[in-house]
Write a protein that binds this ligand. Structure first.
Ligand code: ADP
Length: 396
């Protein structure tokens, strides 16, 4: 299929040692090429990409981030009209309630936001600087995970801690996965044939990181992640909510520093910590089917905590038109969805097990019986949302 004359956006998601990229055709709203530059600054650095359904790879020993990105140019199809680079940026704090064209002032602000996201923002900034070198003629646009949640009201974003912490240090709930929640909210309203402004829903984005979001009239009104992506639901390796007193207790019990405790809560907890086996839900579902008691309890805690958060988020809504599952786990695990919804019987929800078994593969994605709150599976598409945002910002 030719895309001659079609504008494309290169979407870049930069992690600590890898960069995911996708070339999105804005007319077809589909990726022409997707790929990954991984293990940069190491002898095993590698570029992999998928074009027209075929996988390719090229070793790039010791390539830096910039050198890796420069190699991406060579694999882009020749007929592409690249109009901009769209960057996923994790934390925009209160400074960014929407996407922006990146300039020096924006980069300075992003540096300031790094204190709130020390694991994520510095690598996003490195990705932007590398892309500026490789594509100096193209506009670069930042699309923030936090921006969609800037509509959360004060009573939902404030923690009950000294107010000066908020005023002086920005201590508040920011929320993440905003690009995904926004895309899925629009798509859900479309599938339900409703206007976004008249639809209230709760979306559970369940990937390696997990968060749920209450959306009223197309706007985020509360979410489970907080000042960092550690709060809220049980995740692959993150604990989600714990008693704040746990930090002091376990640090005294084990003689650990605060840094060590934080590493354990971020990297050794969640599904991995509970199961002692894996952070990967698919592996755990298989192990549970083979009667592994640790895998079973990890899934039970995950589903119960998710159900509890969904119930608590209903407090933010005037009505509930849909509960939506997305992300790798949400889109693919009928077991997790079924176990979660079993805890929501108080809402009168009844799962249709045959629809659930096929991940709601109908035009709406519905997995519940008629006559109750619709629960849907709606695949997310963060790359497309970043490309759309990039194009919108350029036009405005
Ligand atoms: P990321 O947050 O890194 O984008 P994904 O959204 O791809 O991650 O989600 C990854 C999670 O989805 C993993 O825990 C993986 O095991 C899970 N997953 C993918 N497919 C299935 C499946 N068929 N059954 C259960 N879990 C699945």
């Amino acid at each position: 299929m030719t895309t001659e004359g079609h504008d494309c956006v290169l979407v870049i998601n930069c992690g600590s040692s890898s960069v995911k990229f996708a070339l999105i055709d804005l007319t077809r709203e589909a990726p022409r090429i997707t790929g990954l530059v991984e293990c940069v600054n190491s002898p095993v650095a590698l570029l992999t990409w998928k074009l027209d359904g075929k996988k390719h790879s090229k070793p790039l020993p010791d390539a830096t981030l910039t050198e890796g990105l420069a190699e991406v140019i060579a694999v882009l199809p020749a007929d592409v009209e690249l109009i901009a680079v769209g960057h996923r940026v994790v934390h925009g704090a209160e400074e960014f309630s929407g996407s922006v064209i990146i300039n020096d002032r924006v980069l300075e602000s992003l540096e300031r936001c790094s204190a709130l996201a020390p694991l994520h923002n510095p690598v996003n900034i490195a990705g932007i600087r590398a892309a500026q070198k490789v594509f100096p003629e193209l506009p670069q646009v930042g699309v923030f995970d936090t921006a969609f949640h800037q509509t959360i009201p004060e009573h939902a974003y404030l923690y009950a801690v000294p107010y000066a912490w908020y005023q002086e240090h920005g201590v508040r709930r920011y929320g993440f996965h905003g690009t995904s929640h926004r895309y899925v909210a629009n798509e859900t309203a479309r599938r339900l044939n409703r206007k976004s402004e008249e639809t209230s829903m709760i979306i559970a984005h369940l990937g390696n990181g997990c968060s749920a979001c209450a959306i009223e009239a197309g706007k985020s009104v509360d979410t489970t992640m907080g000042i960092s992506p550690l709060e809220g639901l049980v995740m692959g390796t993150r604990s989600g909510d714990v008693d704040p007193a746990l930090h002091e207790f376990i640090s005294k019990a084990l003689g650990w520093s605060l840094d060590r405790v934080m590493t354990a809560l971020n990297k050794e907890s969640g599904l991995l910590g509970l199961s002692g086996k894996s952070n990967d839900m698919r592996t755990l579902v298989e192990a549970a089917a083979a009667d592994d008691p640790h895998a079973k309890i990890a899934i039970e805690v995950f589903a119960y905590r998710l159900a509890k958060s969904i119930m608590s988020l209903t407090a933010a809504l005037s009505k509930l038109d849909a509960i939506v599952f997305t992300g790798g786990i949400g889109e693919n695990s009928c077991k997790v969805r079924a176990r979660t919804l079993e805890h929501l019987q108080v809402l009168g929800i009844e799962v249709d097990s045959s629809l659930n078994a096929v991940n709601g593969e109908s035009n709406t994605g519905r997995i519940t019986k008629e006559g109750c709150v619709p629960c849907l599976v709606v695949p997310t598409n963060e790359e497309l949302m970043i490309a759309r945002e990039t194009s919108t910002i350029l036009k405005s």
